[in-house]
Write a protein of this length. Sequence first.
Length: 396
Amino acid sequence: MSPSRSVGLSLLVPLALLAAACSKPAAPGPEAAAAGGKLKAGFVYVGPVGDYGWSNAHDQGRRAVEAKFPWLKSVIVESVPEADSARIIDRLVNESKCDIVFTTSFGYMDATVAAGRKHPNTKFMHCSGFKREPNVGTYFAELYQMYYLNGLMAGALTKSGKTGYVAAHPIPEVVRHVNAFALGVAEANPKATVSVKWLYSWYDPAKAKEAAESLISEGCDSLAFTEDSPAVIQAAEEAMKKGRQVTAFSHYSPMQKFGENATVSGQLVDWGIMYEAILKAVHDGTWDNRDWFWLSREKAAILGGAFGQPVNPRFEAPLKAAVLSSPGLGKVSAYDLVMKRLAQMSDAKVSFEPFTGPIRDQKGEVRVPPGRRMTPAELLSFDWFVDNVRGAIPKT
């Protein structure tokens, strides 16, 4: 599978400011269906819907919005190699007669743009891309804020001072998530490190479990990951059952059920609210090809390993007992700091941003000066690790 499932441009500023950095939306393209009529949507997934990660989360959102809108019918094609995406997109337009097609991998971008030019009376939405046409828009729900919060908890809970990260592919999206997690770890525990193991796959449960077990054997007692299976959670849970204190943080879908004793929290995505807004705009005749980038403020990115539980109740007491020293907040428990930062990242101004300087790279060089927030363009091209990460970014 191609390493480019998603790169994702992160929202660091209010949408009004982001609009200044992005090209303005073009005028709405030709209507795919009469406003107010029936609508058919096609979804192209890079993995299986049973992966419990990326594709599963998208499909849960699709199901939710289809259940809500009686005028909507949808069809999916799963496990589509990026090299075969053009054929599948054409099939959804020509055979399935879809009015709008959602393509959910960064590697589908050029095929989606080409399809937009080929089928001017169909609308297309490409997840995580940056190329648009009058009838091709882009969208993304970004999670780096949640990874940072997970890092705060990992740094507060680690006893060894070693945390680990199982990473799918060395692309900017994954590098950004590793760095956000590492910044949180460092804020809670300045001496703690994050060791990275690369999979070169989005979905390989056996390899992910092997990587997690390797990190545990190296002394890492808290694990995060970007990979579309619960294998890392399961490895941590098995270690717990053997008497080792190893915690983990789930990814994209609610994976806490695979490791109730090990899962502290995680990142969840509500694609449903994003699909609801986009499809309602198409149905109402107000759709245009804008960029949709939603984070915590828009309620697309959610903290937790299970919906409704930002933190596993098993870990609330130890997090409340861990007292940290935070600039501007003084002495504060890890639990309260997580909740404070979550509130700040969710407010209208996004009053706290994890990627704010000073930030140093692995060589000790200041890459982001004090007080400056990294720009969307910088995060889109992230190709370096922060100073407490152990491991290199392979060249692809």
